[in-house]
Design a binder for this molecule. Structure first.
Ligand code: ADP
Ligand code: MG
Length: 678
């Protein structure tokens, strides 16, 4: 049922509702309050104190005419009274408000009290005249300036009249009893209109339980589906493997060798590999992918490797080409900016099976890309790809093996969540000779000293990154700021040095060009936006200066910092920030204290919450409206227990659980042809 089928929802209101994500009546039913006003604090006017949140029952005493202020603003005042005194209600820019009141009428007001100049005011209070529906706990919805609480509330309460046709119960009453949760409809009703605190708490717990249960079911079902998959790609370790490993420019670390063994074992299986390799920045994941792909290629199969940016795809292409050296491996690169003609040729050769390994960006998951014998899909820096995108690529072959590599250090409990359908390998060791990156958080008045330090490094033959502030949502402004910074550095501080700029607005050939020059040492200082965040590998770069470091998340700073300290030279990172906020300072301090991505991730999560740390939505999972994986881990445990029982006993297939199954499909599987279950 569409929201505009409700009475009183015209096209304008419909628009406003849409901006809140409400399109259907069901969305309104699931549009939960962000907070509640406790109206238990009922007082008479004279008892109120400044800044206190109260509910008052009073009589309309006088309605003053609308007063016009400067800049076309309006102010309305209405005087209320009770036996103890007078109260001024104040509304800004709501001239119609006076039509809603009549002198002598009794109303319920709630809001915050301001006492000043001997006057008692209540500014923009909630009001109600219906004493029958008066509830002691009043919901407050997250809304915007276009849609008042009052109107939104009306629409939601109208929508709730349809709850019986819109929402179906998902769990049997015995299960509800066991986990002490409310039937879904009761939980929803009580979340909107709780009778008391205890019921509200129970309703909140119940909704969290439903959310976590569905999320768990999505993950378990995905895992089960992938475990039941079979392919015909049982890939033995090739004869050439030993020689190939010996031809590498370095010896694998113990951790790398262990992961390689795990992967080669997986590849032999007819159950497709579904493995996540987690390893901190610089731990050497690329070579692991190279070995896996080499093995497939030598067995006559095709591989695809997907990277989140063109720069990174290009870099992988070059690295791998070098590693494969004289071996008979056909490797090609395809990105959004590969010229049409060349692209067509590559695609033809790919379809014919002439290319063994294809590297690319998400252009690889476009529809017109066909493979001949695709047996392995590698995605690098997976945190930029969602579960869905991964699945789309998998759908290109016949259940190929999947290898996912990420440097986003997620603590194990959470990793199980996000990658619940995968086996996890950990590279818990860095290649030998790596040194701690010395990190300093300083205020901007020390910038010149930092520049001098950069100068010294360059004179020693090293190179530097200067990272410009993050500008959310505007690549253009970000690019501008990078250009300006580069100009300034060129003209003022670093006249005798070679400076160039890298940002998202450059054409990809230009980007490649800059990266190539930087790699070859033709650029001393690379001024860049966050486009260098992931993967970029220039071992001679030893110093990074990050402007407005406070704008970045810790995980992101860690990624950025990982661009230095990749070679044999001592490396440095300077974080510039003038933020005085205590939490921000604490976050930057963590960066100076440790180089361990996992420690950083954990601390970041405690400071900012899991929501900030990873968007479930970004990973293609249903969004959690109320539940938090960390804070609600007790509820999570129960939901996990139930979901495990449901999946292990195949209960989604039976009538009793069909509503639950529909919901899981609706939220997660409906877009994946392959991953639906029957
Ligand atoms: P990441 O895990 O961040 O993707 P890379 O694969 O880019 O790391 O590797 C970082 C650097 O470490 C590269 O220059 C790579 O050649 C080098 N490297 C990888 N493994 C080893 C090793 N076992 N010994 C020495 N250097 C290594
Ligand atoms: Mg990498």
């Amino acid at each position: 049922m569409k929201i505009n089928e409700l009475k009183g929802v015209g096209s304008k209101t419909e628009q406003y509702l849409l901006s809140l994500g409400i399109n259907e009546v069901k969305d309104a039913i699931y549009f939960f309050p962000r907070d509640y006003e406790d109206r238990n604090n009922i007082k008479c006017i004279s008892e109120t104190i400044n800044d206190e949140f109260v509910t008052l029952i009073c009589e309309v005493s006088l309605i003053l005419p609308t007063k016009k202020l400067k800049f076309g603003k309006y102010i309305n005042k209405i005087i209320f009274k009770d036996n103890s005194g007078f109260l001024t209600g104040v509304w800004f820019n709501q001239p119609y408000i006076k039509n809603n009141f009549q002198v002598g009428e009794r109303v319920i007001l709630s809001g915050k009290i301001t006492r000043k100049f001997g006057e008692i005011q209540i500014i923009d209070p909630q009001y109600d005249k219906d004493f029958n529906v008066f509830k002691s706990i009043n919901p407050i919805y997250p809304t915007n300036k276009n849609l008042s609480q009052k109107i939104l509330k009306k629409i939601i309460s109208q929508s709730l009249l349809h709850i019986d046709t819109q929402i179906s119960e998902m769990l049997h009453s015995e299960i509800l009893k066991r986990y002490e949760i409310l039937p879904l409809k009761d939980a929803i009703m009580n979340l909107h209109y709780p009778n008391d605190r205890a019921t509200l708490n129970k309703a909140q717990k119940s909704i969290k339980f439903y959310e976590l249960l569905i999320l768990q079911l999505c993950l378990l079902q995905a895992k089960k589906t992938s475990e039941e998959n079979k392919n015909s790609f049982s890939i033995k370790v090739c004869r050439e493997m030993k020689d190939f490993k010996n031809s590498l420019p370095f010896q694998l670390t113990t951790a790398q060798s262990k992961v390689v063994r795990e992967i080669l074992t997986d590849l032999k299986n007819i159950r497709p590999m579904n493995r996540l390799v987690q390893g901190d920045v610089g731990s050497g994941k690329t070579v692991i992918a190279a070995i896996a792909m080499f093995n497939c290629a030598m067995n006559g199969y095709q591989c695809a490797m997907m990277a989140p940016t063109e720069i990174l795809a290009e870099q992988h292409f070059n690295t791998l080409r070098k590693l494969f050296g004289d071996w008979n491996v056909n490797i090609e690169l395809i990105t959004g900016s590969t010229p049409q003609k060349q692209k067509r040729q590559i695609l033809e050769r790919l379809a014919e099976g002439d290319i063994n390994i294809i590297i690319g960006t998400h252009a690889l998951i476009q529809e017109n890309v066909d493979f001949n014998r695709l047996a392995l899909v590698v995605t690098d820096e997976q945190h930029r790809f969602g579960v869905r995108q991964r699945a789309e690529l998998v759908n290109k072959g016949h259940n190929p093996h999947v290898l996912v590599m990420t440097a986003t250090p997620i603590p194990r409990t959470l990793a199980l969540f996000i990658y619940g359908d995968m086996d996890i390998s950990l590279i818990n060791e860095l290649p030998p000779g790596r040194q701690k990156i010395n990190t300093y958080a300083v205020r901007s008045n020390l910038r010149e000293r930092a520049y001098n330090f950069i100068k010294q490094q360059i004179l020693l033959g090293r190179q530097a990154y200067v990272v410009c502030p993050l500008v959310e949502e505007s690549e253009k402004i970000e690019a501008q700021s990078a250009l300006e910074t580069a100009e300034k550095l060129k003209n003022i501080y670093f006249k005798e040095f070679k400076i160039d700029v890298l940002h998202g607005k450059l054409k990809s050939t230009e980007k490649d060009n800059v990266m190539k020059k930087f790699k070859e040492g033709d650029i001393d200082i690379l001024v860049s936006t966050t486009v260098i965040e992931v993967g970029v590998n220039v071992p001679n770069a030893t110093i990074m200066l990050i402007e407005n470091a406070d704008r970045f998340g810790l995980a992101q700073l860690h990624q950025l910092r990982g661009r230095v300290g990749r070679g044999i030279h001592k490396s440095y990172c300077i974080l510039i920030s003038d933020a005085s906020n205590k939490e921000t300072k604490e976050r930057l301090k963590i960066m100076t204290e440790t180089n361990d991505g996992f420690v950083i991730a954990e601390k970041d999560m405690f400071l900012r919450g899991t929501g900030e740390f990873f968007g479930l939505r970004q990973h293609g999972l249903p969004e959690l409206k109320l539940a938090d994986i960390i804070k609600d881990r007790e509820i999570l445990k129960e939901a996990q227990e139930l979901s495990k029982w449901i999946i292990e006993n195949n209960l989604l297939q039976i009538q009793e659980f069909s509503n639950l199954k529909n919901e899981v499909e609706r939220l997660f599987f409906e877009k994946l042809n392959k991953h639906t279950f029957n």
